[in-house]
Structure formats: C-alpha cells, structure tokens
Design a binder for this molecule. Structure first.
Ligand code: NAP
Length: 249
C-alpha cells in the first residue's frame, strides 16, 4: 500500500479507467487525466471516492505542453508523485494506407502518442529522480502489439508511434535506472475498449479475436492488473522491460 500520487493520462475511460480504480484500491492517490469527456472522469473519481479512495480529475490534452505542465502542477498539490502511467493514446481511422495518409494525421498521432508521453515522462523524472532530490518512482508506458505487427492496411502510423514508445521505454529506463526510477512498457493485444470505435471499427477487437492464440479479446482490467503490478514494489527489479499482455498475440 502507498499513499503516493499516480498520474494516469487518459484515466477517464478504457484501460486508464481500469488502472485508476485498481491503483486507488491499492492506496494510491489518483490523478485522473482526461481530454474531453469530463463526465467520464468525474464518474471515475466518484467510484474511487465511494470506496474511500482519493482521486482528482484534471483536464489535460497530452498534445499540449501547457496542459501537461498544469497536470503535474495539480498532481504536486495532491501529494508526492510515485508513478506515471502514460496511457493516453489515439488511433486514426482504420484502413488508411500510408500512401493515403495526410501529414496532419501523422503529426497528430506522433504529438499525442509519442511527444505527449515523452513530455509527461520528463515532468515525472524531474519530480521522482533522486538526482533532483526526489524519492524515486515508476513510469509505465502503454505500447501495443502493433509495434511488433506493424498494423499494415490498418494504421501503420499508430504502430510506428508505439514502436517509438518501446525504444523510449528502453532508453529512459537505462537513463534513470540509478536514480530510483523504473521504466516499463506494456504491449496490450486486442482489448475491449472504445478505442476501436474511435478508429471507425467498433467491432474490431471481437472480429479479430480468432487470431489470438487464446481465442478471445482481453479486458481493460487484465491490462490494469499488469500495470499496478509494474508500479508496485513486487516489480522492484523490473526496468527497461516491455511486457506483452495479449493472449499470446
Ligand atoms: P480509449 O478507450 O479510447 O480511451 C482513451 C483515453 O485516452 C480516454 O480516457 C481519453 O480521454 C484519453 N485521451 C484521448 N486522447 C487524449 C489526448 N489527446 N490527451 C489526453 N488524453 C487523451 O483507449 P484504450 O483502449 O483504453 O487505450 C489506452 C492505451 O492503450 C492507449 O495508449 C492505446 O494505444 C493502448 N492500447 C490499447 C489497445 C486496445 O485494444 N484497446 C491495444 C493496444 C494498446 P476522454 O475520455 O476525455 O476522451
């Protein structure tokens, strides 16, 4: 159990929401980031408070450095930062080939999924690194099995953004390993959340379930369980590591 703060970007829905609830159940004070769905974020905070947990909702578009600075400022006034979950992520419309992709789409993808995660990690390292007077902590980055599969004819730009997250996880982990900070990644497989609808294919996870060796989609809770293990002391020797939570895919 810990009373430290965990910042979860995109904590209002899907994997982020499940992680917020699981972290609060373990005693963390949870900062629930959201970009537009304030009602969903407020619902997560209420669900945590109903079980005597502590949480606040903070609007933060991780595509905006100003929003990220404000997110961490809010976290500072909530307690001592112990963990960051770089969860916020987007997909573009599914089924668009690279030779049809607009520059705006690619730039937005990289701004949110890559630059946003790196800037959030920067703010977390400034607070948690023993080099800066911090007490250490953990950063978990959400990648995807798409980083390995490449997502051809689906969304190669998304896959490339998650490939960048994998490299970032390894490199940052080495950089801060002797400063009390562990950095780990998770590559979810096909998880039943709203993200598939955002890509224009609500049924995508279920349609492709037969490709998964375990022959089923995963749940947000199954990813959250891995995340809260990684941020716990039970994972104390895990850094610069990336865990597939994908039913074998
Ligand atoms: P989701 O259900 O679509 O939820 C996305 C969350 O991110 C929401 O809380 C949303 O906030 C927030 N968000 C979206 N754009 C944002 C932005 N620009 N700034 C800040 N927050 C933003 O997604 P999910 O399926 O839970 O995915 C979570 C992470 O897991 C992502 O990084 C995704 O790439 C990764 N992942 C998911 C799957 C899967 O099958 N679901 C597989 C592999 C990897 P609002 O509620 O305010 O809109």
């Amino acid at each position: 159990m810990t009373d430290k703060v965990v910042v979860i970007t995109g904590g209002s829905r899907g994997i982020g929401r499940a992680t917020a609830l699981a972290a609060a159940a373990r005693g963390y004070r949870v900062v629930v980031g959201y970009v537009s769905n304030q009602a969903a974020a407020i619902e997560v905070v209420a669900a945590i408070e109903a079980k005597n947990g502590k949480a606040i909702a903070v609007k933060c578009d991780v595509g905006s450095e100003q929003d990220i600075l404000a997110l961490f400022k809010a976290a500072d006034s909530f307690g001592t930062l112990g963990a960051l979950v770089n969860n916020a992520g987007i997909v573009g419309k599914s089924g668009v080939r690279v030779d049809e992709m607009s520059a705006e789409r690619i730039q937005q993808m990289m701004a949110v999924n890559v630059t946003g995660s790196i800037l959030c990690a920067r703010e977390a390292v400034k607070r948690m690194s023993t080099k800066h007077g911090g007490q250490g902590g953990v950063i978990v980055n959400l990648s995807s099995v798409a980083a390995k599969l490449g997502a051809p004819n689906t969304y190669v730009d998304y896959a490339a953004s998650k490939g960048a997250i994998d490299s970032f996880t390894i490199g940052l982990g080495y950089e801060v390993a002797a400063e009390g900070i562990r950095v780990a990644g998770i590559r979810p497989g096909l998880i039943d959340t709203d993200i598939h609808a955002a890509g224009g294919e609500p049924d995508r996870a279920h349609r492709l379930a037969h490709l998964v060796p375990m022959k089923r989609v995963g749940t947000a809770d199954e990813i959250a369980n891995a995340i809260v293990w990684l941020i716990s002391d039970e994972a104390s020797y895990v850094t610069s590591a990336i865990l597939d939570v994908s039913g074998g895919r």
